[in-house]
Design a protein around this ligand. Structure first.
Ligand code: NAI
Ligand code: 15L
Length: 276
Protein backbone atom coordinates (compact mmCIF):
# COMPACT_ATOMS: atom_id res chain seq x y z
CA UNK A 1 0.00 0.00 0.00
CA UNK A 2 3.07 2.30 -0.11
CA UNK A 3 2.00 4.41 -3.12
CA UNK A 4 -1.50 4.81 -1.80
CA UNK A 5 -0.20 5.89 1.59
CA UNK A 6 2.01 8.57 -0.02
CA UNK A 7 -0.98 10.49 -1.30
CA UNK A 8 -2.61 10.82 2.12
CA UNK A 9 -3.63 14.38 2.83
CA UNK A 10 -1.00 17.04 2.44
CA UNK A 11 -3.82 19.53 2.78
CA UNK A 12 -6.62 18.07 4.87
CA UNK A 13 -9.87 19.87 4.37
CA UNK A 14 -11.83 21.55 7.10
CA UNK A 15 -15.16 19.92 6.28
CA UNK A 16 -15.69 17.33 3.52
CA UNK A 17 -19.22 16.59 2.28
CA UNK A 18 -20.09 13.10 1.05
CA UNK A 19 -23.41 12.85 -0.85
CA UNK A 20 -24.95 9.48 -1.65
CA UNK A 21 -23.47 8.14 1.60
CA UNK A 22 -26.09 5.39 1.94
CA UNK A 23 -25.51 3.97 -1.55
CA UNK A 24 -23.42 0.98 -2.56
CA UNK A 25 -20.25 3.01 -3.06
CA UNK A 26 -20.99 5.53 -0.31
CA UNK A 27 -21.25 2.81 2.35
CA UNK A 28 -17.81 1.48 1.43
CA UNK A 29 -16.13 4.89 1.10
CA UNK A 30 -17.63 6.56 4.16
CA UNK A 31 -15.68 4.73 6.88
CA UNK A 32 -12.40 5.35 5.02
CA UNK A 33 -12.71 9.15 4.93
CA UNK A 34 -12.04 10.02 8.57
CA UNK A 35 -8.50 11.39 8.00
CA UNK A 36 -9.46 13.51 4.99
CA UNK A 37 -10.94 16.43 6.91
CA UNK A 38 -11.55 17.63 10.42
CA UNK A 39 -15.25 16.92 9.91
CA UNK A 40 -16.96 14.59 7.45
CA UNK A 41 -20.51 15.63 6.65
CA UNK A 42 -22.43 12.64 5.28
CA UNK A 43 -25.71 13.00 3.44
CA UNK A 44 -28.39 11.08 1.57
CA UNK A 45 -32.16 11.02 1.31
CA UNK A 46 -33.79 10.86 4.76
CA UNK A 47 -35.33 7.45 4.06
CA UNK A 48 -31.94 5.97 3.11
CA UNK A 49 -29.64 7.43 5.72
CA UNK A 50 -29.21 5.93 9.18
CA UNK A 51 -28.81 8.81 11.68
CA UNK A 52 -25.79 7.40 13.57
CA UNK A 53 -22.62 9.46 13.19
CA UNK A 54 -19.01 8.36 13.78
CA UNK A 55 -16.80 10.58 15.96
CA UNK A 56 -15.83 13.23 13.37
CA UNK A 57 -19.03 12.94 11.32
CA UNK A 58 -22.14 15.05 10.90
CA UNK A 59 -25.19 13.34 9.37
CA UNK A 60 -27.58 15.53 7.37
CA UNK A 61 -30.49 14.20 5.32
CA UNK A 62 -31.05 16.16 2.12
CA UNK A 63 -32.86 15.76 -1.18
CA UNK A 64 -30.47 17.05 -3.84
CA UNK A 65 -33.35 18.43 -5.90
CA UNK A 66 -34.21 20.88 -3.07
CA UNK A 67 -32.13 24.00 -3.78
CA UNK A 68 -32.48 25.57 -0.33
CA UNK A 69 -31.68 22.32 1.44
CA UNK A 70 -28.59 21.79 -0.71
CA UNK A 71 -27.44 25.33 0.01
CA UNK A 72 -27.62 24.62 3.74
CA UNK A 73 -25.96 21.24 3.25
CA UNK A 74 -22.94 22.70 1.48
CA UNK A 75 -22.49 25.69 3.79
CA UNK A 76 -19.28 25.29 5.80
CA UNK A 77 -17.78 22.63 3.51
CA UNK A 78 -14.61 23.14 1.48
CA UNK A 79 -14.66 19.88 -0.51
CA UNK A 80 -17.33 17.49 -1.79
CA UNK A 81 -17.44 13.89 -2.96
CA UNK A 82 -20.68 13.87 -4.95
CA UNK A 83 -22.06 10.35 -5.27
CA UNK A 84 -25.75 11.12 -4.68
CA UNK A 85 -28.43 10.72 -7.32
CA UNK A 86 -30.16 8.25 -9.58
CA UNK A 87 -27.52 5.68 -10.56
CA UNK A 88 -29.27 3.71 -13.29
CA UNK A 89 -31.40 4.45 -16.34
CA UNK A 90 -34.76 5.85 -15.22
CA UNK A 91 -37.53 8.06 -16.66
CA UNK A 92 -36.35 11.57 -17.50
CA UNK A 93 -38.35 13.28 -14.74
CA UNK A 94 -36.57 11.25 -12.02
CA UNK A 95 -33.16 11.89 -13.54
CA UNK A 96 -34.00 15.58 -13.93
CA UNK A 97 -34.73 16.03 -10.22
CA UNK A 98 -31.91 14.07 -8.62
CA UNK A 99 -29.10 14.42 -11.15
CA UNK A 100 -29.66 17.48 -13.31
CA UNK A 101 -31.21 19.84 -10.77
CA UNK A 102 -29.13 18.09 -8.12
CA UNK A 103 -25.77 18.79 -9.72
CA UNK A 104 -26.76 22.40 -10.50
CA UNK A 105 -27.89 22.94 -6.90
CA UNK A 106 -24.63 21.49 -5.63
CA UNK A 107 -22.36 23.69 -7.76
CA UNK A 108 -24.42 26.81 -7.08
CA UNK A 109 -24.10 26.17 -3.36
CA UNK A 110 -20.40 25.44 -3.85
CA UNK A 111 -19.95 28.80 -5.56
CA UNK A 112 -21.77 30.67 -2.80
CA UNK A 113 -19.94 28.93 0.04
CA UNK A 114 -16.38 28.82 -1.30
CA UNK A 115 -15.96 25.09 -1.95
CA UNK A 116 -12.54 24.45 -3.46
CA UNK A 117 -12.69 20.90 -4.82
CA UNK A 118 -15.47 18.58 -5.97
CA UNK A 119 -15.18 14.96 -6.97
CA UNK A 120 -18.06 14.20 -9.33
CA UNK A 121 -19.14 10.57 -9.73
CA UNK A 122 -19.68 10.59 -13.48
CA UNK A 123 -20.23 7.37 -15.38
CA UNK A 124 -18.99 5.30 -18.30
CA UNK A 125 -22.53 5.80 -19.64
CA UNK A 126 -21.53 9.23 -20.99
CA UNK A 127 -19.74 7.24 -23.70
CA UNK A 128 -21.94 4.13 -23.72
CA UNK A 129 -22.63 4.13 -27.44
CA UNK A 130 -19.03 3.36 -28.39
CA UNK A 131 -18.46 -0.22 -29.41
CA UNK A 132 -16.54 -2.58 -27.19
CA UNK A 133 -13.99 -3.03 -29.99
CA UNK A 134 -13.21 0.71 -29.92
CA UNK A 135 -10.72 2.28 -27.51
CA UNK A 136 -11.41 5.85 -26.45
CA UNK A 137 -9.90 8.35 -24.06
CA UNK A 138 -11.72 10.80 -21.81
CA UNK A 139 -11.65 13.52 -24.48
CA UNK A 140 -13.47 11.47 -27.11
CA UNK A 141 -16.85 12.86 -28.20
CA UNK A 142 -19.41 11.95 -25.57
CA UNK A 143 -22.10 9.52 -26.70
CA UNK A 144 -24.51 9.19 -23.73
CA UNK A 145 -26.58 6.03 -23.76
CA UNK A 146 -29.75 7.30 -22.00
CA UNK A 147 -31.19 10.00 -19.74
CA UNK A 148 -28.87 8.85 -16.96
CA UNK A 149 -25.80 9.15 -19.21
CA UNK A 150 -27.06 12.54 -20.42
CA UNK A 151 -27.32 13.73 -16.82
CA UNK A 152 -23.71 12.72 -16.14
CA UNK A 153 -22.64 14.46 -19.35
CA UNK A 154 -24.46 17.59 -18.12
CA UNK A 155 -22.70 17.22 -14.77
CA UNK A 156 -19.31 17.20 -16.50
CA UNK A 157 -20.27 20.38 -18.39
CA UNK A 158 -21.41 22.02 -15.16
CA UNK A 159 -18.06 21.10 -13.60
CA UNK A 160 -16.15 22.63 -16.53
CA UNK A 161 -18.27 25.80 -16.41
CA UNK A 162 -17.83 26.30 -12.68
CA UNK A 163 -14.08 25.86 -13.08
CA UNK A 164 -13.80 28.24 -16.03
CA UNK A 165 -15.94 30.93 -14.44
CA UNK A 166 -15.41 30.48 -10.71
CA UNK A 167 -12.24 28.41 -10.32
CA UNK A 168 -13.91 25.52 -8.47
CA UNK A 169 -11.78 22.47 -9.27
CA UNK A 170 -13.38 19.11 -10.12
CA UNK A 171 -12.23 15.65 -10.97
CA UNK A 172 -15.03 13.92 -12.89
CA UNK A 173 -14.56 10.18 -12.51
CA UNK A 174 -16.36 8.18 -15.17
CA UNK A 175 -16.79 5.14 -12.99
CA UNK A 176 -16.91 1.85 -14.88
CA UNK A 177 -18.51 -0.81 -12.66
CA UNK A 178 -17.70 -0.34 -8.96
CA UNK A 179 -18.86 -3.47 -7.20
CA UNK A 180 -17.20 -6.04 -4.93
CA UNK A 181 -16.47 -8.12 -8.03
CA UNK A 182 -17.33 -8.11 -11.75
CA UNK A 183 -20.81 -9.55 -12.22
CA UNK A 184 -20.73 -10.43 -15.92
CA UNK A 185 -18.55 -10.52 -19.05
CA UNK A 186 -19.02 -6.81 -19.77
CA UNK A 187 -17.72 -5.93 -16.32
CA UNK A 188 -14.53 -7.86 -17.01
CA UNK A 189 -13.59 -4.70 -18.97
CA UNK A 190 -15.37 -2.05 -16.89
CA UNK A 191 -14.71 -3.25 -13.34
CA UNK A 192 -13.30 -0.87 -10.72
CA UNK A 193 -12.41 -2.43 -7.38
CA UNK A 194 -13.34 -0.52 -4.23
CA UNK A 195 -9.66 -0.23 -3.27
CA UNK A 196 -8.75 1.28 -6.64
CA UNK A 197 -11.76 3.58 -6.41
CA UNK A 198 -10.71 4.75 -2.98
CA UNK A 199 -7.16 5.39 -4.21
CA UNK A 200 -8.52 7.38 -7.15
CA UNK A 201 -10.79 9.41 -4.87
CA UNK A 202 -7.88 10.23 -2.63
CA UNK A 203 -5.72 11.36 -5.52
CA UNK A 204 -8.60 13.35 -6.97
CA UNK A 205 -9.06 15.20 -3.70
CA UNK A 206 -5.44 15.92 -2.87
CA UNK A 207 -3.55 16.34 -6.16
CA UNK A 208 -2.95 20.07 -6.66
CA UNK A 209 -4.08 22.03 -9.71
CA UNK A 210 -6.46 19.57 -11.36
CA UNK A 211 -8.64 22.27 -12.95
CA UNK A 212 -11.41 20.12 -14.37
CA UNK A 213 -9.94 16.72 -15.11
CA UNK A 214 -12.03 13.88 -16.55
CA UNK A 215 -10.80 10.32 -15.99
CA UNK A 216 -12.16 6.80 -16.22
CA UNK A 217 -12.58 4.85 -13.01
CA UNK A 218 -11.24 1.46 -13.99
CA UNK A 219 -9.03 -1.21 -12.50
CA UNK A 220 -6.05 -2.70 -14.31
CA UNK A 221 -8.21 -5.08 -16.33
CA UNK A 222 -6.65 -7.20 -19.06
CA UNK A 223 -9.27 -6.19 -21.63
CA UNK A 224 -10.11 -2.49 -21.56
CA UNK A 225 -12.02 0.00 -23.72
CA UNK A 226 -10.52 3.11 -22.19
CA UNK A 227 -7.16 4.78 -22.57
CA UNK A 228 -6.93 6.40 -19.16
CA UNK A 229 -4.05 8.76 -20.04
CA UNK A 230 -5.54 11.75 -18.18
CA UNK A 231 -5.56 9.82 -14.91
CA UNK A 232 -1.75 10.00 -15.17
CA UNK A 233 -2.03 13.57 -13.92
CA UNK A 234 -3.29 12.12 -10.63
CA UNK A 235 -0.58 9.45 -10.49
CA UNK A 236 -3.33 6.82 -10.56
CA UNK A 237 -2.02 3.31 -11.18
CA UNK A 238 -4.72 0.75 -10.36
CA UNK A 239 -3.60 -2.39 -8.55
CA UNK A 240 -6.54 -4.72 -8.98
CA UNK A 241 -7.69 -6.61 -12.05
CA UNK A 242 -10.88 -8.42 -13.03
CA UNK A 243 -8.78 -11.34 -14.30
CA UNK A 244 -8.94 -13.50 -11.14
CA UNK A 245 -12.76 -13.52 -11.58
CA UNK A 246 -12.72 -14.64 -15.21
CA UNK A 247 -13.47 -18.31 -14.62
CA UNK A 248 -16.35 -17.49 -12.27
CA UNK A 249 -17.81 -14.97 -14.73
CA UNK A 250 -17.42 -17.14 -17.81
CA UNK A 251 -19.46 -19.94 -16.25
CA UNK A 252 -22.42 -17.71 -17.14
CA UNK A 253 -23.87 -18.28 -20.63
CA UNK A 254 -22.37 -15.91 -23.22
CA UNK A 255 -24.77 -13.21 -24.53
CA UNK A 256 -25.84 -13.34 -28.18
CA UNK A 257 -22.92 -11.99 -30.26
CA UNK A 258 -24.92 -9.07 -31.76
CA UNK A 259 -26.71 -8.10 -28.52
CA UNK A 260 -26.09 -4.70 -26.94
CA UNK A 261 -24.36 -6.23 -23.92
CA UNK A 262 -21.88 -7.96 -26.22
CA UNK A 263 -21.31 -5.07 -28.63
CA UNK A 264 -21.72 -1.68 -26.93
CA UNK A 265 -19.70 -0.30 -24.01
CA UNK A 266 -22.88 0.83 -22.24
CA UNK A 267 -24.38 -2.66 -22.48
CA UNK A 268 -28.02 -2.94 -21.39
CA UNK A 269 -28.26 0.80 -20.65
CA UNK A 270 -28.27 1.42 -24.42
CA UNK A 271 -31.61 -0.38 -24.79
CA UNK A 272 -33.39 0.51 -21.52
CA UNK A 273 -36.53 2.59 -22.17
CA UNK A 274 -38.37 4.41 -23.56
CA UNK A 275 -40.52 4.53 -20.47
CA UNK A 276 -43.80 5.70 -22.03
P1 NAI B 1 -26.44 3.98 -5.43
O1 NAI B 1 -27.69 4.07 -6.22
O2 NAI B 1 -26.21 2.75 -4.62
O3 NAI B 1 -26.30 5.24 -4.48
C1 NAI B 1 -26.78 6.52 -4.83
C2 NAI B 1 -27.31 7.18 -3.59
O4 NAI B 1 -27.86 8.45 -3.97
C3 NAI B 1 -28.43 6.39 -2.90
O5 NAI B 1 -28.09 6.13 -1.55
C4 NAI B 1 -29.65 7.28 -3.02
O6 NAI B 1 -30.50 7.25 -1.88
C5 NAI B 1 -29.03 8.66 -3.21
N1 NAI B 1 -29.96 9.56 -3.91
C6 NAI B 1 -30.77 9.27 -4.95
N2 NAI B 1 -31.53 10.33 -5.26
C7 NAI B 1 -31.19 11.31 -4.39
C8 NAI B 1 -31.63 12.64 -4.18
N3 NAI B 1 -32.60 13.17 -4.94
N4 NAI B 1 -31.09 13.33 -3.19
C9 NAI B 1 -30.12 12.80 -2.40
N5 NAI B 1 -29.65 11.56 -2.53
C10 NAI B 1 -30.19 10.81 -3.53
O7 NAI B 1 -25.24 4.20 -6.45
P2 NAI B 1 -23.72 3.79 -6.28
O8 NAI B 1 -23.49 2.54 -7.02
O9 NAI B 1 -23.32 3.90 -4.87
O10 NAI B 1 -23.01 4.94 -7.13
C11 NAI B 1 -22.58 6.13 -6.51
C12 NAI B 1 -22.42 7.18 -7.61
O11 NAI B 1 -21.47 6.73 -8.56
C13 NAI B 1 -23.70 7.49 -8.37
O12 NAI B 1 -23.73 8.87 -8.68
C14 NAI B 1 -23.55 6.69 -9.64
O13 NAI B 1 -24.25 7.30 -10.72
C15 NAI B 1 -22.04 6.74 -9.86
N6 NAI B 1 -21.58 5.58 -10.57
C16 NAI B 1 -21.56 4.35 -9.96
C17 NAI B 1 -21.13 3.25 -10.65
C18 NAI B 1 -21.02 1.90 -10.02
O14 NAI B 1 -20.61 0.98 -10.71
N7 NAI B 1 -21.36 1.72 -8.74
C19 NAI B 1 -20.72 3.36 -12.07
C20 NAI B 1 -20.78 4.69 -12.59
C21 NAI B 1 -21.19 5.76 -11.86
C1 15L C 1 -23.32 2.94 -13.73
O1 15L C 1 -23.22 4.11 -14.06
C2 15L C 1 -24.23 2.52 -12.66
O2 15L C 1 -24.33 3.49 -11.63
C3 15L C 1 -23.87 1.19 -12.03
O3 15L C 1 -24.97 0.72 -11.28
C4 15L C 1 -23.48 0.17 -13.10
O4 15L C 1 -24.58 -0.13 -13.86
C5 15L C 1 -22.38 0.73 -13.95
O5 15L C 1 -22.70 2.01 -14.47
C6 15L C 1 -22.01 -0.17 -15.14
O6 15L C 1 -21.94 0.33 -16.25
O7 15L C 1 -21.73 -1.34 -14.90
Amino acid sequence: MADQDNIRPFRPFHRLLLTGAAGGVGKVIRPRLASFAQTIRVSDLAAALPPEAASNEEVIACDLSDKQAVDALVQGCDAVIHLGGVSVERPFEEVLEANIKGVYNLYEAARKHGVKRIIFASSNHVTGFYRQDEKIDARALRRPDGYYGLSKSFGEDVAQFYFDRYGIETVSIRIGSAFPEPKDRRMMASWLSYDDLFDLLQRSLFTPDVGHTVVYGMSDNLVTWWDNRYAGKLGFAPRDSSEPFREKVEVQPAPAPESAVAVLQGGAFTTTGPFE
